[in-house]
Design a protein around this ligand. Structure first.
Ligand SMILES: CC(C)(COP(=O)(O)OP(=O)(O)OC[C@H]1O[C@@H](n2cnc3c(N)ncnc32)[C@H](O)[C@@H]1OP(=O)(O)O)[C@@H](O)C(=O)NCCC(=O)NCCS
Length: 142
């Protein structure tokens, strides 16, 4: 497995959007708008690949020069629980440090809180709804 930064608009980016659509959006009856995808030009896009096939992804969005938000973490259904998510987190944290961020946070889906806890993140507030499902803000000092 290789961890890579993905260029916006590339073939790898198209794979990333499809993966996110399959795992994160379509199960909720939603998809991505062109405007939403256009805004991702500003973000650090990350993928885990085997040969040319994407296995998982996530992205870093700057909140301020010291704080980044992790978004769109998703691993192929058949490969969940095999360490791809952990590898993505480690790569994302190293990349965040390289860019000078000292804190990483996320809006974690309730079903993924246990995963982020294993990666050292802590819930910092109460449950809230986003895209109609329960989330928690979680964060970690890098
Ligand atoms: C959540 C997700 C990204 C985790 O990636 P993954 O590749 O399955 O996770 P890993 O195999 O690297 O797991 C690392 C550790 O976390 C644990 N873990 C994984 N998913 C978990 C979950 N949902 N709840 C609790 N623990 C979890 C694993 O058992 C493993 O523990 P171990 O080190 O003690 O063996 C992935 O399961 C996924 O894409 N889920 C569906 C989409 C989703 O919910 N994304 C998050 C949106 S906020």
């Amino acid at each position: 497995m290789a961890l890579r930064i993905i260029d916006h608009g590339s073939k790898q980016y198209q794979q990333m959007v499809k993966l996110r659509d399959d795992i994160l959006r379509r199960p909720l009856g939603l998809t991505f708008s062109p405007d939403e995808l256009e805004e991702e030009k500003e973000n650090l896009l990350i993928g885990a690949f085997e040969d040319d096939n994407i296995l998982g992804c996530c992205m870093l969005v700057e909140e301020n020069p010291a704080v980044a938000r992790l978004r769109q973490m998703a691993v192929l259904n058949d490969l969940q629980g095999k360490g791809v998510g952990r590898a993505l987190m480690q790569f994302a944290e190293n990349l965040a440090r390289d860019h000078g961020y000292r804190t990483l946070n996320m809006h974690a889906r309730k079903n993924a809180v246990g995963f982020y806890e294993k990666m050292g993140y802590r819930v910092t507030g109460s449950e809230f709804l986003e895209l109609s499902i329960a989330h928690y803000v979680m964060k970690k000092e890098l």
